[in-house]
Design a protein around this ligand. Structure first.
Ligand code: HEM
Length: 384
């Protein structure tokens, strides 16, 4: 008998996961997908259970595209090893660490410098602004900004090519390996010059992380911490330019921008999944899972779960149903969450203040694609 999962392909998920995941939530919420060789878990309660029980659902998966592309890192290990790395590496990304003064004193200036260079008659919000702002912000907090924002973006793209290389394409592996090696060298040089400064890499050295731990985890930060704020900035601006009702609400009450950002993160969920490995034979929602099986909790699906949210696909600035799962729910909850949110808020505020007449360019279509990483490739805008 054919099962629902037999007909699911990666290409379909990358094109538009929403109808597929809606069907899984309704009919087969824990579903084996042969094309991915893993279970997809579609409902909020079941993913929350996975996230609350790392001893049953390990992040140290075998095989691991993440460990291959970046080297072993905090997202490929479990507590207590993970807890130690988290304690060393989280502080610079909190308001009390390097990120606090960076957001107050430097972030808007970087945004303005980038906006000085765009052509107001027509530019790509993603390539000309969002990705460089996101790359520049992380580079500055880490202490790697002397390499330039374009170089950071190139490293990020190279690493991500291999992380999402589900088909083991040798060209993508080669691209990833080049980025991995040249970024590794840059981080090693920065470690050698670490001092009493407040850059994140210097504080990792002072915190007692080994050079290998720093290199691999900074690679992880660059692979995840640039794409996501980039997509967040693009998606929020896109929503504001295509939903005059929401734009009017934010113009009337600018403090609501923070609510809009949360709703956009929920509805679009740029990081699609948390992938883990069952450490023993177990049951999830009545389905038998064998030890060693890969199990993917689909954050994008649980953020739209009808049993958890009212009118889930609606962007509702007055929603009071608790926090969403776009930054995950468990031990590996996003380390750069606070900084990422500020990048999106300041990035959106600056572009709208500098270009109050900003609108979508005539005929511009925005394609939002991807499953593991989902976002717009380009957003063509004009302020004329
Ligand atoms: C603003 C948009 C962002 C979103 C939506 C996002 C989303 C996520 C998600 C869903 C996870 C969990 C992955 C998993 O468990 O498999 C995660 C982890 C992580 N994120 Fe983010 N992220 C964002 C920004 C950032 C930034 C700016 C950084 C910069 C340092 C960052 C660094 C990390 C790291 C290091 C982890 C691994 C944490 C751990 O293993 O404990 N992220 N992120």
């Amino acid at each position: 008998m054919r099962r629902l999962g037999d007909d699911i392909t990666l290409a379909d998920l990358e094109f538009d996961p929403d109808p597929i995941m809606a069907r899984l939530r309704a009919e087969e919420p824990v579903c084996w997908v042969p094309a991915l060789e893993m279970w997809l878990v579609a409902r909020w309660d079941d993913v929350a259970f996975m996230e609350a029980n790392p001893e049953l659902f390990s992040a140290a998966t075998e095989p691991s595209l993440l460990a291959r592309a970046l080297g072993p890192n905090m997202l490929t290990c479990d507590p207590p090893g993970h807890t130690r790395l988290q304690q060393i590496m989280q502080p610079p990304f909190q308001p009390g660490g390097r990120s606090g003064p960076f957001v107050s004193n430097e972030l808007a200036r970087i945004a303005d410098e980038l906006l000085d260079r765009v052509d107001p008659t027509g530019f790509d919000l993603m390539a000309d602004y969002a990705q460089l702002l996101s790359a520049g912000a992380l580079a500055t907090v880490l202490g790697l900004d002397h390499h330039g924002y374009e170089q950071m973006w190139t490293w990020c793209r190279g690493l991500c090519a291999d992380i999402a290389n589900f088909g083991n394409d040798p060209e993508l592996t080669k691209t990833g390996e080049i980025a991995k090696a040249s970024l590794g060298e840059a981080i090693a040089q920065r470690i050698a010059h670490a001092g009493a400064d407040d850059a994140a890499i210097s504080s990792f050295v002072r915190g007692g992380a080994t050079p290998d731990e720093i290199v691999n985890n900074v690679r992880l930060m660059i692979s995840g911490g640039i794409n996501e704020p980039r997509d967040g900035i693009g998606l929020v601006v896109h929503v504001l330019l295509t939903r005059p009702d929401l734009r009017a609400e934010i113009d009337a009450s600018p403090a609501k921008l923070r609510r809009l950002i949360e709703e956009v993160f929920r509805v679009y969920t740029p990081v699609g999944t948390v992938t883990r490995q069952a450490t023993q034979d177990l049951e999830l929602a009545g389905v038998s899972i064998r030890r060693g099986d890969l199990v993917s909790g689909v954050l994008r699906s649980i953020n739209l779960d009808e049993t958890h949210w009212s009118d889930p696909t609606e962007i509702d600035l007055d929603r009071r149903e608790g926090s969403h799962a776009a930054f995950a729910l468990g031990a590996h909850r996003c380390l750069g969450e606070w900084l990422g949110r500020q990048e999106v808020r300041v990035g959106v505020e600056r572009v709208l203040e500098r270009f109050p007449a900003l609108r979508m360019a005539d005929g511009a279509e925005v394609e939002i694609r991807g499953f593991e990483f989902r976002g717009p490739h380009a957003i063509h805008v004009t302020s004329q």
